[in-house]
Design a protein around this ligand. Structure first.
Ligand SMILES: [Zn+2]
Length: 311
């Protein structure tokens, strides 16, 4: 029996719909808790042209929720490990990888759909701007704690309309439930298939995987939304910093020359695209793409270090 027979048998899909799915070209930005699960579901659903964009490496603390990876993948680039697993699932799936942060310069030609799997407030606004500018549908997912949201941007209203001028302040949540990120990723995959079949849901969906609450929220166009007026102000984000009790994160949209940085620091581990250094009682993982992840470092000290490095 055909690999996709059970899906094509659905009245919502059919043979025509399955052909549409098989011929779609999708970019997945961020292949962590959300993106890796969406990638797997879309690959199994029959999407055979997938581009994965992520600069990150797989750490042990990712394995609690990042469904595509195993212990054998530790320290590998997420896009490389994900590519291997997707091709093992469906050898006919063409997988391209971009091991860099997504930017307004990323080539978006030919894509039918973008999946936001970044779980970063900043990146999401940038992706929203790029999707609106290139007129490509976008399926956004967010997850934190036990809950999350899914929203399809197919024109107006867009994600910036949802945010209604609220600025991105904190994406340093310290806890997240693996079943919540899987549930949100699963909803994202459903929405993605509906978008490709010309039946994009209009509502924003909010789901709590602990209290079992699902809400559909009608989003209206925000008439002061810049993106909906063709003004894309998030295409070049500046330095951002956030800290929680356990970790801190700093991001600058520029490449860091690790060889130079290494000279003045004591390097604990060198991953090629990132270096781990000791900082006070804790550590800092410095990525070449301009993100620094701090662990066990006082917030003020982390901020001082980030400003010095990312200036
Ligand atoms: Zn908008």
């Amino acid at each position: 029996m055909d690999r996709h027979a059970y899906q094509a048998a659905l009245p919502q899909v059919g043979m025509k719909g399955q052909e549409r799915i098989n011929s779609a070209k999708v970019m997945i930005i961020g292949v962590g808790a959300l993106g890796s699960v969406v990638a797997e579901l879309l690959c199994r659903a029959g999407i055979r042209d997938i581009t994965l964009c992520d600069y990150d490496i797989i750490e042990e603390s990712n394995l609690q929720r990042q469904g595509l990876y195993t212990t054998g993948d530790l320290s590998r680039l997420k896009v490389e490990a994900a590519k291997e697993h997707l091709i093992a699932i469906d050898p006919l799936c063409l997988v391209a990888t971009i091991a860099e942060p997504f930017s307004s310069q990323t080539d978006m030609r030919g894509y039918d759909l973008i999946i936001d799997g970044t779980d970063s407030l900043d990146a999401r606004l940038l992706i929203n701007d790029v999707a609106r500018r290139s007129d490509i549908p976008l399926v956004i997912g967010t997850a934190s704690g036990t809950r999350g949201m899914v929203f399809a941007v197919t024109g107006s209203p867009c994600w910036q309309c949802v945010m209604r001028g609220k600025s991105a302040t904190d994406d340093c949540d310290s806890g997240v439930l693996g079943s919540a990120t899987h549930a949100i990723a699963s909803l994202q995959a459903s929405v993605a298939l509906r978008v490709l079949l010309g039946d994009a849901p209009k509502d924003l969906i909010e789901f709590d995987a602990w209290n079992m609450e699902l809400r559909s929220i009608l989003v209206e166009r925000n008439h002061s939304c810049e993106a909906c007026r063709g003004l894309y102000q998030h295409l070049s984000p500046g330095l951002r910093f956030c800290a929680s009790a356990t970790r801190a994160l700093a991001r600058a949209p520029r490449v860091l020359h690790l060889d130079k940085i290494k000279e003045g620091l004591q390097v604990e581990k060198d991953y090629g695209t990132a270096i781990l250094i000791k900082l006070g009682e804790g550590t800092a993982l410095i990525h070449q793409h301009g993100t620094i992840e701090f662990s066990g470092v006082d917030g003020a000290e982390a901020k001082r270090f980030a400003e010095k490095m990312l200036k």
